[in-house]
Design a protein around this ligand. Structure first.
Ligand code: GSF
Length: 204
C-alpha cells in the first residue's frame, strides 16, 4: 500500500493524520498534480490527491473513502463509530470540514490559478465561495460549543477533518481571522496541534 499526495493538501493531511493515529505504516509518494508532467492520472482518473494504491495496484480515492477504509484496518484508535446516529454525525462533521475546504480552494484557484488572466477572474464567484467558508466556520463553532471535541468527549475523525481544514486556512488564508470570531475553534485547534500526528503533518 502507498499513499500518493502533496505536503500542502489538507485532504492528504487528513489521511496522513489518520494513518498516524492508527499507527499504520504507509509509504508516501509526493506528487505535484499541478505540474504538466504529473503522473497522477495513471492512478486516479480525476487527477487528484490523495490517492491510496493498494497492494494489488487498485486505486482508492477520495479522502473520505480512504479514511473509512483505513479505520477498518486496525482496531487501534477507532476514529469512526460503527453505526447509527454517532456514525452519521462524524461523517457530517467530515463533510462540513471538506466542504469548507472545497469552497476555500475554489476561491483561491479563482484568484490565483495561472491558467487564467486577471480579466477572467470573477470576484462574485470568490465572494460566493468565501460566504460558504464563513458559514461553515459558524456551523463548526456552534456544533463544537463548549465540548472538548467536535463529537463529544472523544477525539474522532470529526476532529481530524476540522483540524486539517483549519490548519489549511491558517496556511493559505492567514488574513482570514477565524480565531477571533470563533475562540472555541481556536482552543480546539491549539489542542489538536499538540498531537504528534498533526505536528508531523504541518503543511509546508
Ligand atoms: C478532494 C481532493 C482534491 O481536491 C478528496 O480527496 O477529499 N474530495 C477530494 N485535491 C486537490 C489537491 S488540494 O487542493 O488538496 C487536487 O488534487 N487538485 C487537483 C485538481 O486538478 O483539481
Amino acid at each position: 500500500m502507498k499513499l500518493i499526495g502533496s505536503l500542502t493538501s489538507p485532504y492528504v493531511r487528513k489521511v496522513r493524520v489518520v494513518l498516524a493515529e492508527k499507527k499504520l505504516d504507509c509509504p508516501f509518494q509526493e506528487e505535484n498534480v499541478w505540474s504538466d508532467d504529473t503522473a497522477i492520472g495513471g492512478s486516479n482518473p480525476l487527477g487528484k490527491v490523495p490517492c491510496l494504491v493498494l497492494e494489488g495496484g487498485e486505486a482508492v480515492f477520495d479522502s473520505r473513502v480512504i479514511v473509512e477504509y483505513l479505520d477498518t484496518l486496525s482496531p487501534v484508535g477507532r476514529l469512526i463509530p460503527a453505526s447509527g446516529r454517532e456514525r452519521v454525525e462524524v461523517k457530517t462533521w467530515e463533510a462540513l470540514a471538506d466542504g469548507l475546504l472545497d469552497a476555500a480552494i475554489l476561491a483561491r484557484l479563482e484568484a490565483t490559478w495561472a491558467g487564467r488572466n486577471d480579466a477572467e477572474r470573477c470576484q462574485a464567484w470568490i465572494d460566493r465561495q468565501l460566504g460558504k467558508v464563513h458559514s461553515s466556520l459558524r456551523a463548526m463553532s456552534q456544533g463544537l460549543g463548549d465540548k472538548p471535541y467536535c463529537s463529544g468527549s472523544h477525539f474522532s475523525l470529526s476532529d481530524v477533518a476540522v483540524g486539517s481544514a483549519l490548519g489549511w486556512l491558517e496556511f493559505r488564508f492567514a488574513q482570514l481571522d477565524w480565531r477571533t470570531a470563533h475562540p472555541n475553534l481556536a482552543r480546539l485547534m491549539d489542542k489538536l496541534m499538540q498531537r504528534q500526528s498533526f505536528i508531523d503533518t504541518r503543511p509546508r
